[in-house]
Ligand binder design. Structure first.
Ligand code: NZQ
Ligand code: ZN
Length: 389
């Protein structure tokens, strides 16, 4: 294992009715709450009413920050920061998925920073001394794991860049996670979030070290859990056990635990983020298209791990197969699963329709230093072309 330091500052309150039970006391120290949410699902499924009821009963002044879009933009971050300053909000409470949570983290820092926060934080990996506005999140869809990390993935539309990094100071102070809140997530979004979880685990698993390490063992169990519980949630969206497991799988995949001692790849994320920056495509859908194709490009460089993946995650028996055949059977099983759960298999299906843009997008992608095989922009373009239709 590589050396590491581990800390996670987010306190998690997990389970049915956790919002009713804990939100009042968690917001007790604050007077004015910036209440952030997305395009309206929280109003339709009753979560908004439940939350505002608790805040009002506890005498909080509420400042509304609504309409946070999927793939939140830097302009939206500035809008939220302005509201925090204007109303002197002393706390931010986000209700939603990765987009709301990421936007809230970004706002929490931007509201307190005097300089150009894009240039000083997103454009370069420097340290920002500013203390962010205290943040709590209420998770309504499983996927990104943003509730327990410091990632704030933001799209700068002008610069055509979608980026973020795990900045520990941006971990929410608390995360309320009631699996029943995810019952109303449309199946398409549920499977997209589910694939994002799987992707976070795979992007970490398929990297050095290859020798015995506890992170890889945990990840195999997590991947089996995501696959099993995603299938069960499709069968019955109100299966509490399946939804709970999926929700915690999502946190476990991105709360740093599995990354300890690992190099991490995340090249598919680099590619998907730039596809998102240019086309606003859905994160999980873009990832689903890219992964099998990317893995067929890199499996030879990470052969022993791809063999383990086939055997320990998909339960494929070796039979008379060579290592290479077994590795490819594992990648085929992943591709079959993507089709089975109804995710797109081409970029066109994922909403990336203009082939002439692909070179520019490929050239804009970051190159991972932790991957089994270091990509070039030419090879990324090859992958995009193979994925296109
Ligand atoms: O906007 P509303 O109306 O609320 O609807 C949302 C949205 O349309 C809907 N939704 C959420 N909870 C619901 C619900 N609909 C019904 N019932 C509920 N309970 O779901 C849709 C998608 O929400 P969004 O937050 O965009 O999805 P997700 O959680 O997948 O977040 C995606 C964003 O997170 C970033 C992605 O790049 C993308 O911008 N990521 C953040 C990461 C992090 N911070 O660690 C890591 C990831 O790799 C990822 O990059
Ligand atoms: Zn992701």
């Amino acid at each position: 294992m590589n050396n590491f330091i581990f800390q996670n500052a987010t306190k998690v309150y997990f389970g049915k009715d956790c919002v009713k039970e804990y939100l009042g006391s968690l917001t007790e120290p604050y007077s004015t709450v910036l209440l952030a949410y997305g395009g309206g699902s929280a109003k339709r499924n009753g979560i908004y009413d439940e939350v505002t009821g608790i805040l009002k009963a506890n005498g909080k002044k509420i400042v509304e920050f609504s309409g946070i879009m999927a793939n939140p933009t830097y302009a939206k971050v500035q809008e939220g920061a302005k509201l925090v300053r204007e109303y002197d909000a002393d706390m931010i409470l986000g209700i939603g998925g990765g987009s709301v949570m990421d936007c809230c983290k970004a706002v929490s820092l931007a509201a307190r920073y005097d300089g150009n926060i894009w240039d000083d934080f997103w454009a370069k990996p420097g340290v920002i001394g500013t203390e962010p506005v205290p943040l709590g999140v209420i998770v309504t869809v499983a996927g990104t794991g943003s509730e327990c990390n410091g990632g704030a993935v933001i799209t700068n539309e002008e610069k055509k860049v979608k980026t973020g990094r795990d900045y520990p100071r941006l971990n929410p102070g608390f995360a309320l996670m009631d699996p029943t809140y995810t019952y109303s997530v449309p199946v398409k979004q549920m499977v997209s979030g589910g694939f994002d979880i799987l992707s976070h685990i795979m992007e970490t698993y398929f990297s050095e070290p290859n020798e015995d390490n506890v992170s890889d063992d945990i990840m195999e169990a997590l991947m089996r859990s995501v696959i099993r519980n995603l299938r069960a949630s499709i069968q019955n969206p109100e299966d509490y056990t399946a939804r709970s497991n999926l929700m915690w799988d999502s946190t476990m995949a991105e709360n740093r635990v599995i990354k300890m001692g690992k190099k991490c790849d995340f090249e598919c994320h680099n590619m998907e983020h730039q596809l998102g920056a240019y086309t606003n495509c859905n994160h999980g859908c873009g990832l689903a298209v890219l992964h099998p194709v990317y893995y067929r490009h890199i499996y030879r460089e990470g052969l022993p791990k791809f063999v383990r993946f086939a055997e320990n995650v998909w339960g494929i028996a070796r039979g008379g197969k060579s290592d290479e055949e077994l590795a490819l059977a594992g990648i085929d099983a992943l591709a079959d699963f993507i089709r089975e759960i109804g995710l797109p298999t081409t970029l066109k299906e994922a909403g990336v329709t203009d082939k002439s843009q692909l070179k520019e997008i490929a050239d804009s992608c970051g190159i991972s230093a932790g991957a089994y095989k270091k990509m070039t922009h030419e090879e990324i373009l090859e992958i995009f072309n193979e994925c296109f239709e």
